[in-house]
Design a protein around this ligand. Structure first.
Ligand SMILES: *Cc1c(COP(=O)(O)O)cnc(C)c1O
Length: 454
């Protein structure tokens, strides 16, 4: 399987190439050159465990680009590191309303599912080629924690994580800074998340950094991360055994795009709803046809405070019949002007693929309280955004599945504000504050960050 860029001007690469390259050299995102028939792999069979299902689904995407057995070893390792035998259990909380629990991994957020897999696959790919890889990532909390946990101690990989100093939650910071791993560097940038993202982009383009290594990023633009999110849609579709409506709490649109890919591969042709917080550029784009960047506003669902979801470009590419030229023109105009009008043919095609709703801060808090009162369950603010959207959908004909993306104990302030108490820590988050921390504060300037890394 080869991968092409959404902007149509980059040479094709194989699966291993998408991991070590990240962003395509023409500025686009990698996509499989054609969509495999995922339902035809038998991945919906009942009786498969999570790893077995993941192997069937990922094999067509990987082809022969990794050593024999690599995907099996990676999938088994992911399963072994989860704290639930089903890995991603599906739970019916009210009649026809389900939560897909994705937070049983080592850092208690759904990003573990793909990140742990990518870490194993990257290590296998590098062993085969003899290369070394420097990975950079900007984080507002969850991505960094998942990446540090997954790559700590990995052979042939060095990981640099940039987080905004004083702006991630204490649990999130401790998850990144207490592993003691010598191949991980945590930089606390005196600035905000947008500064961190800007610095990562600058570093990726800086020739002084590479020094004989491959340099890439593990943000959700990386194709392998999206591929690693398809198996839980298949696990839930298999458990349900009938069409569903899937509601995905959305920031950078990576998780929702994985759901789209699952549907494209025939796993569940039901419908897909992206639920955002008040950072609602995607919702406004589908409502009005104007895709416009606005300053990100802080919310309780911090991991979804994204102003322009990177993976939206993948959906546009598909909705436009994979026209790289038109996709490139649109996103170059968006980068330049901060606003584009979506042509009518594109808008109607997008509306056939997905719908989107925005959920306010008051609705999110009320949903946490309502779910607790009705079911005794404590949900995190991201999950509450999806649940609130899910309740607006008629579930008599089809069940509705809301993705539950983090353990509530990662966001104690938001939960306490809604319920008056903080949820207890799950075992994988306990004891963090007793471990020694290591991070380096740096100024939000390219030269300062480069010097700290070198
Ligand atoms: C990252 C994250 C999201 C959003 O996922 P995207 O793929 O960026 O849309 C939702 N919930 C939690 C808890 C997250 O960490």
């Amino acid at each position: 399987m080869q991968y092409v860029s959404t902007r149509g001007r980059a040479p094709g690469v194989d699966f291993a190439g998408t991991i070590v390259t990240g962003l395509a050299p023409d500025g686009g995102l990698y996509m499989p050159e054609s969509w495999p028939d995922l339902a035809g792999t038998g991945a919906l069979d009942r009786g498969l465990d999570y790893a077995g299902r993941a192997v069937r689904l990922l094999t067509p995407f990987i082809g022969s680009s990794l050593p024999e057995g690599a995907v099996e070893r990676a999938a088994r390792q992911v399963q072994a590191r989860f704290h639930h035998p089903e890995v991603a259990p599906l739970v019916e909380i009210e009649e026809g309303l389900f939560l897909l629990e994705l937070f049983h991994g080592p850092t208690a957020a759904f990003k573990d599912l793909a990140m742990q897999l990518v870490a194993s696959l990257a290590t296998e790919a590098l062993k085969a080629t003899g290369e070394r890889l420097l990975l950079l990532t900007a984080t507002s909390g969850d991505t960094g924690a998942a990446a540090v946990n997954a790559f700590a101690g990995a052979d042939r990989v060095e990981l640099v994580v940039l987080h905004p100093l004083g702006r991630v939650s204490p649990v999130q910071r401790l998850q990144m800074t207490t592993t003691g791993a010598s191949n991980v560097l945590n930089l606390a940038v005196r600035g905000d998340f947008d500064d961190c993202q800007r610095l990562v982009k600058g570093l990726l383009a800086d020739p002084r950094l590479a020094n004989g290594r491959r340099v890439s990023s593990v943000n959700s633009i990386n194709w392998a991360r999206l591929a690693g999110q398809i198996p839980y849609y298949a696990a839930a579709a298999s458990a349900l055994g009938r069409l569903a409506t899937w509601v995905v709490p959305t920031g950078n649109f990576g998780d929702a795009f994985a759901g789209w890919a699952a549907r494209r591969g025939g796993l569940d042709p039901g419908s897909l709803v992206a639920a955002t917080n008040r950072n609602d550029a995607l919702v406004r784009a589908l409502d009005t046809g104007v895709y416009a960047r606005a300053a990100a506003r802080p919310t309780a669902s911090v991991s979804m405070d994204v102003q322009a979801p990177s993976n939206f470009e993948r959906l546009v590419f598909e909705a436009w019949g994979r026209d790289g030229e038109r996709t490139r023109d649109l996103f170059e105009a968006f980068a330049r002007d901060g606003e584009v009008v979506l042509p009518a043919d594109l808008l109607s095609a997008l509306r056939r693929e997905i719908s989107a709703v925005a959920v306010s801060e008051a609705e999110t808090a009320a949903e946490i309280a309502r779910t607790h009162a009705a079911t005794g369950r404590v949900v995190c603010p991201h999950t509450a955004v999806a649940l609130h959207a899910a309740r607006q959908i008629d579930r008599r004909a089809r069940p509705v599945v809301a993705l539950s993306t983090a353990h509530p104990a990662k966001f104690p302030e938001a939960v306490a504000a809604a319920l008056g108490f903080s949820p207890p820590l799950p075992p994988q988050l306990a004891g963090l504050e007793d471990r020694p921390e290591r991070f380096e504060p740096v100024d939000a300037a390219l030269d300062a960050v480069l010097a700290a890394i070198l």
